[in-house]
Design a protein around this ligand. Structure first.
Ligand code: SAM
Length: 381
């Protein structure tokens, strides 16, 4: 939309023409999941999608998940259970091979993961988080759940550099970070490297990453990727979790949103980006006029035309073809989500390797259950 009235200018016309006939929910879902792309009538586009798939591929974890007694899962969601059962064997392996004597869990919240590791592995464990009240709730709960205080909590806002954090670490420390948002992952990784501690990290919320924490490695600095806020938001996008219903809904949402933005532009001269809130799902499947009226009222704009004129505005063949083409460019753009995430994480791994670490990236969760599923596992050599 930012490029309107020329919203397709960045995309090869041949790619857009090959894509827009496939906006029914089945085809959209298949193309989103790289299925049956051979049917596309553009060699360039087919090659693009193949490259995207190649750049998205990482090794999968081969360690079997841990199955603890059922009571260990008390107070945990199914998602958290999935994550911890798959993380746990990696922590066990790291401890076995690297003489780890202490675990410090970064951004540990209530300390679910830290308590689980401490209880089952009998290792000294600290959960560090900036949210004191959350930690107090976890502290009360640990006594109830495990019958003893298995971990200690440290309330601290981790930054980089951070001398107070460094003081907690030694070469026999393993720092863990399960879904460390934005720059917190880098503070964990870079702070741990100062003390040659081992590292287990899963990142998330890349849109919160500060620019100085991108292109960290010398390798990346030779050809830095120009991450902007759109790219970082894309890197945080869903990976494989989209159901057919989600794909179909998103298609309808985009159709009405794009049409409404065009209306704002043409009828009200509003060319800057306006944030449009979400409406009730049913509204996206009904008449455009109902949707537009709700958005007008939210934006406190007076529209003097009739419902018929709003509906004809949406149904106008030239305009609806343009909107279809705009939606199809989303398939090209959204497919960059995973390669962008992989590129950010490869950069972190390279940064560590340049400092004498062995660093691996492994997919450890089922993406349907937990889409931010890439672990960075690094040990000093
Ligand atoms: C996405 S949550 C993950 C919580 C937990 N690891 C889990 O997987 O359930 C991120 C956590 O990091 C904490 N956090 C964010 N920035 C932080 C910082 N700079 N220092 C310490 N904790 C931070 C938040 O308070 C929050 O509990």
């Amino acid at each position: 939309m930012l490029l309107y009235p020329k919203p397709l200018d960045l995309y090869p016309a041949e790619w857009v023409d090959a894509l827009y006939p496939y906006l029914d929910s089945k085809s959209l879902w298949e193309l989103t999941h790289h299925i049956d792309q051979e049917r596309l009538a553009s060699e360039g586009l087919k090659n693009y999608f193949k490259t995207i798939q190649r750049l998205s591929q990482l090794p999968q974890s081969t360690l079997p998940p841990f199955s603890p007694p059922q009571s260990s899962w008390d107070f945990m969601t199914v998602k958290k259970q999935h994550e911890i059962s798959h993380l746990y064997p990696h922590i066990e392996e790291l401890r076995k091979n690297h003489q780890i004597e202490q675990v410090v869990d970064i951004g540990g919240g209530q300390g679910h993961f830290a308590q689980f590791v401490a209880f089952h592995q009998k290792v000294k464990t600290t959960s560090l988080d900036l949210d004191g009240p959350l930690q107090q709730a976890g502290d009360l709960r640990q006594l109830k759940k495990w019958g003893e205080k298995v971990i200690s909590f440290t309330t601290h806002k981790l930054m980089y550099p951070d001398p107070a954090f460094s003081q907690l670490l030694t070469p026999t420390t393993l720092t863990t970070g399960l879904h460390t948002c934005g720059s917190l992952a880098c503070a964990q990784i870079m702070g741990s490297a100062e003390k040659r501690s081992s590292i287990f990290n899963l990142g998330c919320c890349y849109h919160r990453l500060e620019p100085e924490f991108t292109n960290l490695s010398l390798e990346a600095q030779k050809n830095p990727l120009p991450y902007n806020r759109f790219a970082l938001t894309l890197a945080s996008g869903p990976y494989q979790k989209v159901s057919r219903h989600d794909v179909n809904l998103r298609n309808h949402v985009k159709r009405f949103r794009y049409t409404f933005h065009i209306l704002l532009c043409e009828e009200f001269g509003i060319t800057e980006q306006v944030t449009l809130g979400n409406c009730d799902e049913a509204l996206y499947f009904g008449d455009f006029s109902l949707y537009a009226r709700e958005q007008f009222s939210r934006l406190k704009l007076e529209y003097s035309g009739s419902d018929e004129s709003l509906n004809s505005f949406q149904k106008d063949p030239t305009r609806s073809l343009l909107v279809d083409k705009m939606i199809s460019t989303g398939l090209v753009r959204d497919s960059l989500s995973r390669p962008l995430e992989v590129a950010i994480l490869i950069d972190r791994a390279l940064w560590l390797e340049e400092r004498g670490y062995k660093a691996d990236l492994v997919e450890i969760f089922d993406a349907k259950q937990s889409p931010r599923n890439i672990a960075l596992i690094a040990t000093p050599v």
